[in-house]
Design a protein around this ligand. Structure first.
Ligand SMILES: Cc1ncc(COP(=O)(O)O)c(C=O)c1O
Length: 438
């Protein structure tokens, strides 16, 4: 599946240029060419949505609502589900957090991305320890839910694929456990949806959230889809035009508002029609390409990377569930004797390879994965450690649709070479990051 940026060249600090190897899909994936073409074809017809009597406003409104139907179909939504267009996964989960019924208990594993870990400010939250097997995840949740106050509402929030290890979580099993205890479950599919089919119906989850920019549609939209009742009962996420059906002055001088009960309730303001259309276009493109084909191709790339890294004894790949766990194309690792920021900077500056280093907005998980095992970190870019805490960070490589063999081959070769020969350039720390000393 062609993506944008295939021919982009970047300068090397050692001289010359090379085509950029975008291996940071887990942060933001490149746009699918198809998405870009669809958006470009629509752009001249752009108009306001749900307001405006003109032809292009009508057309844009139809496009927006058709996008909602396409994405709902892609996600296997049930008849009564609502699909709200948001800005991102973070926005979607904060929307759901704002819609929780009173006295809701929330259960979340410490392994979650901060977008899933942190939004539950108004609930009683139980943080669950990192499980070491999928079965342990189900058992941990079972025990926590069995001990909960059985009468109030409860929500479990779980990721489908880890943004650190790429490992798949036993979503269907966790949904079964949640429902057996009268709890609901929201699936953070930010890393799962770009790589695997996600069906609310098949997984039996109550909500799903994901981001367009990780699904090859980087136009500022995300999605929250699922049960309508909590969303309908909640105050609008944002108050304003579009969410309100009728606004009147009261005799006492105040204002009465009737809010919509549809998804529009949580979509106040002018909708991002291009963002929604781009997501729908990506959903169609992925469906037409077929997830079986995409998964088979991605598994081949995963094997190349993992086998390549396994050949370098200084490299330790981070894993919660072990080597055989099913995973998507997201792999994090540390290299003995190297500060991860230094290593990532050298991959970029000397090989034109874009990866990510750090804690990946999943600090508790990375601490759990690295914490017991002191890393010998080089000087450059070494983050300030809290007193008594080891300095921690890791390197993450991630890929998906449109990744050519050459990018992963270059990456594996570069890791081998850097470990064997060291960096060719010198680096210094600037604002806590490692950069070439030029
Ligand atoms: C698993 C997971 N959940 C949530 C998010 C947040 O996504 P966004 O930054 O698009 O809101 C990310 C982003 O990396 C993620 O990997």
């Amino acid at each position: 599946m062609p993506v944008l940026g295939r021919d982009v060249t970047v300068p090397l600090v050692t001289g010359g240029e090379v085509t950029y190897a975008a291996l940071d899909y887990a942060a933001s994936a490149p746009a699918l060419q198809r998405v870009w073409d669809d958006v470009a074809a629509y752009a001249p017809y752009y108009g306001s949505v749900h307001r405006g009597a003109g032809y292009l406003s009508q057309l844009s409104t139809d496009l927006f609502e058709n996008a909602r139907r396409t994405v709902a179909e892609f996600l296997g939504c049930r008849e009564d589900d609502q699909l709200v267009f948001t800005r991102s996964t973070t926005d979607s989960l904060n929307l759901l957090a704002a819609a929780l019924p009173a006295d809701c208990q929330v259960f979340v594993f410490e392994t979650e991305h901060h977008a899933s870990l942190l939004p539950w400010k108004n609930a009683r939250v139980t943080y669950l320890d990192a499980p070491r097997t999928p079965q342990q995840a189900a058992d941990t949740l079972e025990r926590a839910l069995a001990a909960r106050d059985p009468y109030g509402p409860a929500l479990v929030c779980v990721t489908g694929a880890s943004n650190v290890t790429g490992e798949l979580w036993p979503v269907r099993e966790l949904a079964e456990v949640a429902h057996a205890h009268g709890a609901r479950i929201v699936l953070d599919a930010a890393q799962l949806a770009p790589h695997h089919p996600v069906s609310l119906r098949d997984l039996d989850v109550d909500w799903v959230a994901f981001s367009g920019h990780k699904l090859y549609a980087p136009f500022g939209s995300g999605v929250l889809a699922g049960r309508a009742d909590w969303l309908r009962a909640a105050e609008p996420y944002l108050a304003g035009g579009g969410a309100s059906r009728r606004v009147t002055r009261r005799e006492d001088g105040g204002v009465d508002v009737e809010w919509h009960e549809t998804a529009a309730r949580h979509e106040a303001g002018s909708p991002n029609v291009i963002g929604a259309y781009a997501i729908a276009s990506a959903c169609k493109a992925l469906t037409e390409a077929g997830f079986d084909t995409l998964v088979a191709r991605e598994q081949q790339l995963i094997r190349t990377v993992r086998e390549g890294l396994a050949d370098v004894p200084e490299v330790r790949v981070l894993s919660l569930f072990g080597d055989d766990a099913p995973r998507v194309g997201v792999i994090s690792f540390v290299v003995e004797g190297w500060n991860s920021s230094h290593f990532a900077a050298a991959l970029s500056a000397e090989y034109g390879i874009g990866v990510r280093d750090g804690l990946f907005c999943a600090h508790p998980l990375v601490r759990t994965l690295l914490g017991g095992d002191p890393q010998t970190q080089g000087e450059c870019g070494s983050p300030e450690a809290a007193p008594g805490e080891k300095s921690l960070n890791a390197i993450r490589v991630s890929f998906g649709a449109g990744t050519p063999d050459e990018h992963v081959a270059r990456f594996v070769g570069a890791v081998r070479e850097l470990v064997a020969e060291g960096a060719k350039w010198s680096y210094r720390t600037e604002d806590g990051r490692c950069v070439p000393a030029v």
